[in-house]
Design a protein around this ligand. Structure first.
Ligand SMILES: Cc1ncc(COP(=O)(O)O)c(C=O)c1O
Length: 348
């Protein structure tokens, strides 16, 4: 702290991202990155873009990418918003679409950036308890609110909420914006984008950081009614006109166009997940049902923090959260078969 800080900065409680270790040898299963590289076509597109045009600003509207996303999901370009990672998209949503006259509702066990954005933008919130099985109970959200947001599948649990339950939520809160954060949807869920034409209060966010292996490029998106998108464009154009650089626009567009590579790598991650769940269950772990590229597991006889520390000593890093209800769980990203085996060897 310093005397130069404003009271506003003093009171902020920033998000703490998972560790990005400098040691290359570690088996890194702590931040839900994809173990496979990006589409070779995306890499090729970015290499071709590395030229003198970098002296020029990129297209502020990223039309090439907007079009690729719109075509992929069968929506219009004015239903798509793009940002520097879905974290930035989420920040603009909190800033521009959530009200301040009632609490924003999200699950008590959920993406830990949500309360941080509430602090940044002065939004009151209420964390709604998941049930005993760590599932979202939609009835609990049927009350006055400033908006509703939840990841689907949820993070860090990996549990999926069915589309008909999401529809029930949308119908019960027609006057507030409902955001479905689909960072992990491609690993086993059905996207709610199919509902956006019927529900003008629905906004779906996605990222290229997970299923499209581009966490290092920082590209995220939202799909919804053009009126919601316009609010986000207003915020974006009052903050940073060029959130996506030239590499990001062409690389992300090529990644969306390479469906064969996307399908193949998602399938590999899903198959590895099922194998890892079986192996961990055989070792006495309780594993929550996961539709994501990570699993959430606890062992009845092993303290989770201690286990994480001992795994780290053996070169395997996983994520442990100190939060009360989940302090005995570990969140483990699905790696390659070799990385998953390294985890199992370390556990053995
Ligand atoms: C639920 C959820 N939403 C959003 C994000 C942000 O992803 P990014 O900013 O890389 O697009 C993450 C990242 O881990 C996440 O877990």
């Amino acid at each position: 702290m310093s005397k130069f800080w404003s009271p506003f900065v003093k009171d902020l409680v920033p998000y703490v991202p998972g560790e990005q270790p400098k040691l290359a040898k570690l088996v890194k299963l702590n931040t839900n990155e994809n173990p496979y590289g990006p589409s070779p076509k995306a890499l090729e597109a970015m290499r071709a873009e590395l030229n003198d045009n970098l002296r020029l600003y990129p297209d502020p509207n990223s039309d090439l990418l907007k079009q690729a996303v719109a075509e992929y999901y069968g929506v219009q370009g004015n239903q798509v918003f793009l940002g520097n990672g879905s974290d930035e998209v989420l920040a603009h949503i909190f800033h521009g679409l959530f009200q301040h006259d009632a609490p924003l509702l999200f699950p008590d066990i959920s993406y830990s950036f949500y309360p941080v954005y509430c602090g940044l933008y002065g939004i009151p919130y209420e964390a709604v308890a998941l049930d005993e099985q760590f599932q979202i109970r939609v009835e609990d959200y049927q009350r006055a609110n400033a908006g509703i947001i939840f990841p689907n599948p949820n993070a860090p649990t990996g549990c999926l909420l069915a589309l008909d339950a999401i529809e029930q939520l949308l119908k019960a809160s027609p006057d507030s914006v409902v955001v479905v954060d689909e960072a992990y949807i491609d690993f086993g869920g059905q996207t709610a984008i199919s509902l956006v034409d019927r529900y003008p209060n629905l906004l779906v966010t996605q990222t290229l950081s997970k299923s499209r292996s581009l966490a290092g490029l920082r590209v995220g998106l939202a799909v919804g009614h053009p009126d919601l998108i316009e609010a986000l464009e207003r915020i974006k154009n009052s903050f940073n006109s060029y959130p996506l650089d030239r590499m990001a626009i062409v690389g992300a567009a090529a990644a969306f166009q390479d469906k064969a590579y996307f399908d193949e790598t998602c399938r590999k991650v899903i198959d590895s997940r099922e194998q890892l769940v079986a192996e961990l269950t055989a070792r006495g772990f309780e594993v929550l049902p996961s539709a994501a590229n990570f699993i959430f597991a606890r062992h009845p006889e092993q303290d989770a923090a201690g286990l994480a520390a001992r795994l780290r000593e053996q070169g395997v890093i996983v994520r442990h959260f100190k939060q009360e209800r989940i302090a005995q769980f570990l969140r483990i990203t699905i790696g390659t078969p070799e990385q998953n085996q390294a985890l199992l060897d370390a556990l053995n």
